[in-house]
Write a protein of this length. Sequence first.
Length: 361
Amino acid sequence: MTDRLDSVTHSVNYLSDIISSLSIGLLVIDEHGQVRMANPAFRTMAGFPAEGETGDHLLGMRLATLFEKVSGTNEELALTRAESLETTLNQPDGKVLPVMLVSTPLPESGPVKVAVCTVIDLSEQKRAQAHVRAGRERIESLVQHLHEIQETERSRIARDLHDDLGAILTALRNGLVRLASLAGAGASDLVELADKANISVDRVIRNLWPQMLDHFGLGGALEVLATEFETTHGIATVCNLDIGNKKLNRKVELALYRTSQEALTNIAKHAHASNACVSLVQTGLETVLEVSDDGRGFAKRNRQKRGGGYGLLGMRQRIAAVNGELSVETGVNGSRIVVKVPPSSQRGDVFAENVADALEA
């Protein structure tokens, strides 16, 4: 009998040493949700003194008092089934510590129900997440700034083309017209080439800065874009517009236009499509843009173009800059890019207005 008692005592002491050496917090609660035992790791985590020292009020405290989001219901569940909860631990000095609380009920072996609760400190994980989130926000801010610089530079190049090269081509054409009147039909071909050069320069200027946005709004600009896309690439393109008389934020309009432009460019390059569709509707307060085709899906395109996808990434970044969402639906019958933009504030419009004004100056 003495040997068995010594064996039990040894086992209890051994188990106690294991519990004390754990680096994660460990609690035992009774059927009333009160703390019966706490290991040193939890006491350190919670800011309580060692067991038996002055000021030790941990034993007997309710689980709901120690942790946020814990109620009497949680305490009851802890005694009947395994539960996990991400919460915060209330420390005596008023501070809170993010933790993961996992409770496991023990089989009933006596008159009192008990549960073992492990407590994992999440503060390092939360700091790492906050660091990653801050880094992502800085990158998104940088990308947005680069997009603004890009649009400003595009408008400058468009203005230079219009003012300098456009003027030169116009003067050249007028000179060729006069020459054709003297030289006869031989110079008519040169006049035709000058007209084509002017048309090409105008198209480049429109691509660099879509003045249609300023003159006709997003709907008119998309109609022109779809018509030019059909003419240039021979892909039948339908433009469905249902936005009523509502005027969109100019920054949002530019983001949606550039997204449509890039999506159609991708269709022309990779989809092998016969038909395309650009749709712009307003559902309630939400603006929805869809660009679809009946060509090859993205999966097949991506298999043949490893390391690509920068166009899609650029579209996502542009839409994210106006607090929108972009999704891709793809299959054997084609692909569809769907953009949803919520009501946007006027914050950020100054940029678009300054660029438009500089172009028209």
